[in-house]
Ligand binder design. Structure first.
Ligand code: G3I
Length: 383
């Protein structure tokens, strides 16, 4: 279990203690001064947008990059989807095609075919290209677990990162170098680091090594530490934010070439009504930015399970979650990119749980959520 040490910022302690205090919700920026305001599920909320500008145009007008995650198989098989993707997105994130499972069919071979197709598609449509992740403990090929050991782990890590980042150097705008290294609930360590094969066989410096290796192979790419459970005022999220901040402070103190924090932001509509505490989140963003780091919202979507079955009401609630979250995080100018984890409900990873987490429905009709994201960009301060 993560225990925040005496951080230079007492915020971690405050956050943990304050998590016992009542929760508030927001619907407008001004309201995030902890005032209790009309519940998120205010059915009178409208999500009007003015003009025909696309999401990427509305974001770019404020110096923000908007993009989404997808895959080569989807873009090849669904031309209609590819069209809306190109229209709205300034960045393409490889949802699965740059993970070990896709890139490493055997211990001695690399398969760049899908990643290369995506890189070409992004370049053809003048989109930035983003890869995730170089180091993670999931989406690993079947040979991995029976191959890695304390003798070869460091070589495996360095070889994979070097080969992949060199291959995409000049084509990739940003990499999640390390993904989900912290899990304050499952970790037995004070620093909250999860005992992944990397920590077990390389040691706790695997994170620093991963970033240094990626920076050496591609000095142009923006190198991101990516994690989740950073959004709400719950004991777990409060502890996760403190642990991630502590990790970033440690990396910066040892001059690790980490350039940004990735906040996944897989939001939960039900928690957004009762556990969203904007000023806590704003303080965390400020703390991260004070380390000289940029911030990417990397996997934004809204789990809508537990919401009313009425589609219009469900969509309005999901839209309110998007607008309130983004109007809070975009107030922090270090947030330079907003990436949704998909664009249409037809291809959401949440298929087994939810039906309507994204900005377009399964028939590619824009939803209130699309308007909500557009409005958040319109309201955001210019970078
Ligand atoms: O492509 C194969 C297909 O050929 C096969 O028939 C099918 C059935 O086994 O599996 C398909 O691969 C699946 C892949 O998604 C593509 O759909 C994998 O089994 C499945 O595990 C994989 O899940 C992905 C998951 O990460 C694990 O890599 C999800 O799509 C993806 O949305 C999810 O994304 C993660 C981020 O990377 C990290 N943050 C959390 C986020 C959600 O879990």
């Amino acid at each position: 279990m993560f225990i925040p040490k005496s951080l230079s910022r007492r915020r971690a302690i405050k956050m943990t203690l304050a998590s016992l205090v009542g929760m508030t919700t927001v619907t407008t920026k001004a309201a995030y001064q902890d005032k209790q305001i009309p519940l998120l599920f205010d059915s009178k909320r409208k999500f009007q947008v003015i003009g025909q500008a696309s999401l990427k145009q509305r974001a770019a007008a404020k110096g923000i990059i908007y993009g989404a995650a997808t895959g080569r198989d989807i873009l090849v098989s669904d031309a209609e989807f590819a069209d809306i993707f190109v229209k709205d997105c300034a960045m393409l994130v490889a949802e699965n095609d740059l993970k070990w499972l896709a890139l490493r069919p055997t211990p001695n071979t690399f398969d760049f075919s899908k990643g290369d197709w995506l890189a070409k598609f992004a370049s053809k449509h003048r989109m930035l290209f983003r890869g995730t992740p170089l180091v993670w403990d999931r989406a690993l090929p079947s040979w991995f677990k029976k191959t890695i050991n304390s003798e070869n782990a460091e070589r495996l890590l360095v070889e994979h990162i070097t080969r992949v980042t060199k291959h995409y150097a000049g084509k990739i705008y940003s990499w999640d170098v390390v993904n989900e290294a912290i899990d304050v609930k499952r970790s037995q360590r004070r620093d909250g680091l999860l005992l992944t094969p990397w920590l077990r066989f390389v040691g706790e410096d695997y994170i620093d090594l991963a970033f240094r290796t990626a920076a050496a192979a591609d000095p142009q790419a923006i190198l991101v530490y990516n994690d989740r459970w950073l959004d709400y005022d719950t004991p777990r999220d409060n502890a996760q934010r403190a642990a991630v901040l502590q990790l970033l402070e440690r990396l910066k103190s040892q001059k690790t070439p980490v350039h940004a924090l990735g906040i996944q932001a897989h939001l939960r509509a039900i928690d957004s009504q009762t556990r969203f505490h904007p000023s806590k989140l704003r303080n965390f963003l400020k703390d991260v930015a004070s380390l000289g780091l940029k911030i990417f919202i990397t996997e934004l979507d809204v789990k809508d399970q537990g919401l009313p079955l009425d589609i219009a009401q469900r969509d309005r609630i999901v839209a309110a979650v998007y607008e309130d979250y983004l109007s809070t995080v975009l107030d922090e100018k270090a947030v330079i990119a907003v990436l949704t984890w998909g664009l249409s409900d037809r291809y959401t990873w949440l298929f087994q749980l939810n039906k309507r987490p994204l900005l377009y429905d399964s028939n590619f009709h824009r939803k209130s959520a699309w308007n909500a994201v557009a409005r958040a960009f319109e309201q955001a301060p210019k970078r």
